[in-house]
Design a protein around this ligand. Structure first.
Ligand code: C6P
Length: 419
């Protein structure tokens, strides 16, 4: 059977056998229901093996040794870069800078492009949907350099107020629009290519936080029209400790270095240094070679399944989950309903604290996240201190949602939630 998007439904049975951790039990023998992929994804055996295999057979420092192992490690590292570049539609591999995570990628932009280009009074526009990692670096520049940070609000459905963005672009000296592609708390998929077009017309650059989009949707940097894209390997089946900053070649080549040290220079004298070429200029010190190689294996895995099929799978799960959750008395769901919604469901449950809801679900073997999700401004905007959040990925299936709904029904009785 073909789905609406023309993709084949995922064979989740088979996919689940690729993820060793999904075979384990938790809390006295209960099968694990993992609904926290927005925090970090689980890893298939091929990724775990790529990581271990690198250390077993190819471990050496890169770009330094003139011996076979080092050459091999260097080739594997650069092959991983090329895979990531192809995966996101980059024009060339050297547009991909390996960093530790999304947070570091955004800080890199603030500390290089921001410091070189932003003066007192210049405006960075971000949004109320952002993760702290796309807020705090701009607050830091505001404190240090006197830039001004403006926040685009959301409407009652959890979608961005593009009219506010338009007004800011027309009336303020906006130099950068820093926006998340997908909200980690509400699941809102922002119209980033539209935002980029508007920003560019006003002469501003666009930074896209792709932490929650690159793992879950087909993302093509050219179609997106972004100038910078930041994302983390650990949310897309890869290991911790590796992430990506992508930027257009000419833009990246115009930036000063980020951290100083080995690997990022062309020459060093007692008087000074000249920076190296990109991307090495931004990869000071020994990089996370094995993690990059394993990220390459994660990209192979995602490409073999197909990003359109993964997206369609999450749409199907959402369509199954939302009406079932809505039926539970006392539950309040947040986020838009429609095609611009990713597989993230934040909710509150009567006046029970979200941590207590998550603790009860944990007793059923269900892993969800509760808290502010590193989006305190958004929580304040919604008038809550926290939410409970279930998030999906390619290895989740309807049985996981059935378990969640059953556990919430029982939690309602245990916690005495008013309907
Ligand atoms: N969100 C969540 O549970 P790092 O930690 O650097 O890999 O990713 C930061 C980050 C940036 N932007 C968005 C939209 C994110 O969702 C995250 C990470 C996790 O929602 C941990 S708070």
């Amino acid at each position: 059977m073909s789905t609406k998007a023309g993709t084949q439904p995922l064979d989740v049975h088979r996919i689940r056998t690729d993820f060793p951790i999904l075979q384990r039990t938790v809390r006295d023998g209960k099968p694990l229901v993992y609904l926290d992929s927005a925090a970090t994804s689980q890893k298939p055996a091929s990724v775990i093996e790529a990581l271990a295999g690198f250390y077993r057979t190819s471990n050496a420092n890169i770009h330094r040794g003139i011996y076979e192992l080092s050459e091999e490690a260097s080739i594997l590292y650069e092959e991983a870069r090329a895979k990531v570049a192809r995966f996101i539609g980059a024009s060339r591999p050297d547009e991909v800078v390996f960093v530790r995570n999304t947070t570091e990628a955004i800080n890199l932009v603030a500390r290089t492009w921001g410091v070189a280009n932003l003066q007192a009074g210049d405006v960075v526009v971000t949004t109320i949907l952002e993760h702290h990692s796309n807020i705090v670096p701009w607050h830091q520049l505001a404190a240090e350099r006197g830039i001004v940070v403006h926040f685009v609000d959301i409407d009652e459905t959890g979608r961005l107020r593009l009219d506010q963005l338009e007004t800011l672009l027309r009336t303020q000296p906006v130099k950068l629009v820093a926006v998340t592609h997908v909200s980690n708390a509400l699941g809102t998929i922002n119209p980033v290519s539209d935002i980029a077009r508007r920003a560019h017309e006003a002469g501003a650059l666009v930074l896209v936080d792709g932490a929650q989009s690159v793992p879950h949707l087909p993302v093509d940097v050219r179609a997106l029209g972004a100038d910078f894209l930041a994302f983390s390997g650990h949310k897309m089946l890869g290991p911790f400790g590796i992430g990506v900053l992508w930027a257009r070649y000419e833009l990246l080549a115009s930036l000063p270095p980020f951290l100083g040290g080995g690997g990022m220079i062309r020459t060093v004298t007692t008087e000074g240094f000249t920076p190296g070429d990109i991307p090495a200029r931004f990869e000071a010190g020994t990089p996370s070679v094995a993690d990059a190689v394993a990220l390459g294996a994660a990209v192979d895995y995602l490409e073999a399944i197909g990003m359109a099929a993964i997206r369609q799978h999450e749409v199907t799960l959402l369509a199954y989950a939302l009406p079932r959750l809505e039926e539970i008395p006392g539950i309040r769901l947040y986020g838009p309903v429609g095609e611009d919604r990713a597989g993230v469901i934040s909710f509150t449950f009567g006046d029970v604290h979200p941590h207590d809801v998550a603790a009860v679900l944990d007793l059923h073997g269900i892993a969800v996240r509760a808290g502010h999700h590193c989006t305190q401004p958004l929580m304040r905007r919604l008038g809550v201190v926290a939410t409970t959040r279930a998030s999906f990925y390619l290895y989740n299936w309807e049985a996981d949602i059935d378990r969640l709904v059953e556990a919430l029904q029982e939690a309602r009785r245990v916690l005495d939630v008013a309907g």
